[in-house]
Write a protein that binds this ligand. Structure first.
Ligand SMILES: [Zn+2]
Length: 391
């Protein structure tokens, strides 16, 4: 039976997807068609896990404790750096620690909050999603870019904004190749360091002004959303530049802003890229005539996503479940602290249904896979998967 699959487990994308579609631009978003019994079986297994353990899907004590720890560490590193540091050899390690803490907030706190996976109370999720404003981003833009475009159409070129990194990077076989992409496996790593700077100083403002994310129209923020956007940016510019410049020369402030944001950019970019832009993930395009993707949504999510370092307790704690992206994409509204246990259920269900379960054993295997993928996508002879070679 062919059935259009809806978004899993009441993801934050469900409502907004409809809202978003009504604003869709010239390239309509494709729809997934396929048998949804895999998704039904997954949901049953997850239900059974929570019934068996008696654990809550959201509002987990460990998450609140981790949030307090990360926020306290971020404030401590900032205060020490701005108000008490007078030498570069103390300042540089502190700036790296501050960057790591900020990336930790992004991966652990705002990500779950923005997916409504943090709490069953909407206001708690909203509050946690606003921690993105604390590290210089915009929770409003993130919702469309990540929660809607990326999570619904993962690895579908032209629709997943995460694989659209501008002209310098070709992450999908269905994107145009340019001659300089042959070197992208070398130059993309340092460019990842500019991702956070781009958010802070350009991309969020540009997206709001043009009313588009990744070329797709979005509703411009209005009312409280606009107030939060503006106040968030004013707050971040104050703590990143104005306050530090009261105590240090401007060029010192800019240099340390550079260190902190490069750390944030590299950590966030690499961790997110290892989940999809790797040689074991699937990249698909919609049928040109029907604009359909002939696969069930949940199967597409599993096959276009890759886990890494599942055995590492430290990775599970520090990365906010982003090394369990298969589970996150299938259960976006479940708090990430459950992913290590749920991954066994997901792997077993994949096996049962003959769905590929992608897993890189370690972080470095994931890094190597991303390197190989960048190199492959930069080569001129690459023929898109599923597209017959010309001639
Ligand atoms: Zn996500």
């Amino acid at each position: 039976m062919q059935a259009q699959v809806r978004i899993a487990e009441g993801t934050g994308s469900v409502q907004s997807q409809g809202q978003f579609r009504s604003h869709a631009g010239p390239q309509p978003h494709p729809k997934f068609y396929g048998d949804n019994t895999f998704q039904i079986a997954l949901n049953k297994r997850a239900d059974a896990y929570f019934a068996r353990t008696g654990l809550r899907r959201r509002d987990c004590a460990g998450m609140y404790a981790k949030t307090a720890l990360l926020l306290a560490a971020t404030v401590a590193a900032y205060v020490a750096l701005v108000f008490f540091t007078t030498s570069w050899w103390v300042g540089v390690p502190l700036a790296v620690v501050l960057g790591l803490c900020m990336a930790g907030i992004g991966m652990n706190v705002q990500h779950d909050g923005s997916h409504q996976a943090y709490s069953s109370w909407g206001w708690v999720n909203k509050l946690m999603s606003l921690t993105l404003e604390l590290i210089g981003g915009s929770s409003y833009i993130w919702h469309y870019q990540h929660g809607v475009l990326h999570h619904t159409w993962v690895n579908v070129a032209g629709h997943d904004s995460d694989i659209d990194v501008g002209i310098f990077g070709r992450l999908s076989p269905h994107q145009r190749r340019r001659s300089f992409h042959r070197f992208q496996h070398l130059y993309m790593w340092p460019l990842y360091g500019l991702m956070a700077v781009r958010w802070h100083l350009f991309a969020d403002f540009y997206d709001v002004i043009v009313g588009k994310v990744g070329g797709h129209p979005i509703p411009r923020p209005r009312g409280w959303d606009l107030v939060v956007f503006v106040l968030g940016k004013v707050y971040f510019f104050a703590v990143a530049f104005v306050v530090p410049m009261m105590f240090h020369p401007w060029w010192v402030v800019l240099a340390f802003y550079g260190i902190v944001t490069v750390v944030v950019g590299v950590v966030l970019s690499v961790v997110f890229q290892l989940a999809h832009a790797v040689d074991s993930a699937e990249f698909v395009v919609a049928d040109e005539e029907t604009n359909r993707i002939e696969n069930a949504w949940a199967i597409h999510q599993a096959e276009s996503t890759v886990d890494f370092a599942r055995q590492s307790k430290m990775a599970a704690f520090l990365l906010g479940g982003l090394n369990y992206q298969v589970e996150h994409h299938l259960f976006p509204r479940i708090c990430h602290v459950h992913f290590p246990a749920l991954s066994k259920e997901v792997e077993a269900t994949c096996k049962e249904f003959g769905v590929r379960y992608n897993d890189h054993g370690s972080f470095w295997q994931g890094v190597a896979s991303h390197y190989r993928w960048l190199r492959e996508m930069g080569r001129p002879e690459v023929v898109p998967r599923g597209v017959p070679a010309a001639g």
